[in-house]
Design a protein around this ligand. Structure first.
Ligand code: DAH
Length: 341
């Protein structure tokens, strides 16, 4: 019996198979009902009790070797089947390649840019790390204005002229007025930073688009016209706007702009909280102090400015009720925008 076991072990080592059928034949030959290994187990019953221990061990070893070899042959045949064996299935559908989607904030930003470039606006950018002058001083913020406070602004250096993360894209207005030739007609999309606790309605990082138009004889009527046209392009042809008086240090007069609710068309629903209107942006005529601070003569030139939050516009457009969705990158949320692209 010992010899038979050893012979079989040798044979197993050299076994080869080309097809799954070969592997199956080997399995039957060794481990099938009448297989050689199975037969040895039958013979084992006749063995003298004192030899059982030794042969038992050898037989178990043989069985494991046989089973392992068969598995090894099976996986190697499976791995190689189909390619160099000439049975490659060219009709088999390919593995699906999952395309990513554009982020809703990018989609909205691109749409805003596309609308305003059609109106003749250029796109300007400015730094995210700014100084006090461009974020506050030149924009007519009084020295003690609360927006300058540590509570709202992330400072990244201290001292006389500290560096900070811009809290709004209005800073790009100043940079544009400093270096561009008049007339100026630009929008400035970008990221802004505020020291706010994160919630469904606030985040410490978000995106804005600033708009600026400076020329001779620019009036409030021009501002209203530009924003009404924008609202129609963005939210649909039947969208109306209304302006409410407001205050910003850098515009005079200032207004906040609402669009008619695109869900209930002004009737009142829970998105517009029954008012029929949704707030989308702040705007106004550029304050003469701001023009002067950037070296533009307010007697000769006038202009308007506006600023909107991209998250806010996207929320209204797609009824997203929690700002945090935009930053968590949950693919279930992002996939919702596959159809929009
Ligand atoms: N900078 C303002 C903010 O962050 C938005 C804004 C309001 C911009 C009125 C403007 C404007 O240009 O005229 O809240």
């Amino acid at each position: 019996m010992k010899e038979q076991i050893e012979e079989l072990l040798e044979e197993i080592k050299d076994l080869k198979a080309e097809t799954i059928q070969d592997v199956e034949n080997i399995r039957i030959r060794l481990l099938g009902k009448k297989g050689s290994v199975t037969r040895l187990f039958a013979d084992f019953r006749e063995i003298l009790p004192e030899q059982k221990k030794e042969f038992g061990k050898m037989l178990n070893h043989l069985k494991t070797e046989a089973a392992e070899k068969i598995e090894e042959l099976r996986s190697s045949v499976e791995e190689h089947s189909g390619d160099d064996k000439g049975n490659l299935d060219l009709t088999r559908p390919g593995d699906e390649f999952e395309l990513g989607t554009r982020h809703p904030i990018s989609i909205t930003r691109e749409e805003i840019i596309s609308i305003f470039t059609r109106f003749g606006y250029g796109v300007a950018e400015g730094p995210e790390i700014e100084d006090d002058w461009h974020v506050f001083g030149a924009l007519n913020f009084p020295p003690e204005h609360p927006a300058r406070d540590m509570q709202d602004t992330f400072f990244i250096s201290q001292g006389e002229d500290p560096l900070l993360l811009r809290t709004h894209t209005s800073s790009v207005q100043i940079r544009a007025m400093e270096k561009m030739k008049l007339p100026i007609r630009i929008i400035c999309p970008g990221r802004v930073f505020r020291n706010e606790a994160i919630s469904a309605r606030a985040h410490c990082i978000f995106h804005q688009v600033e708009g600026l138009y400076i020329d001779k004889n620019v009036t409030f009527a021009d501002l209203k016209q530009a924003l009404a046209s924008f609202a129609k392009e963005m939210f649909g042809d039947d969208t109306r706007i209304r302006m409410r008086p407001s205050y910003f240090p850098f515009t005079e007069p200032s207004a906040e702009v609402d669009v008619s609710c695109n869900l209930c068309h002004g009737k009142g629903c829970n998105v517009c909280k029954g008012t029929g209107w949704l707030e989308i942006l702040g705007c106004g005529m550029v304050d003469p102090n701001v023009l002067e601070a950037s070296g533009i003569d307010p007697k000769e030139y006038s202009g308007f400015a506006f600023g909107m939050g991209i998250e806010r516009i996207a929320m209204l457009k797609w009824q997203v009720n929690d700002l945090r969705h935009y930053f968590e990158n949950d693919v279930r949320f992002l996939r919702e925008f596959e159809k929009v692209i």
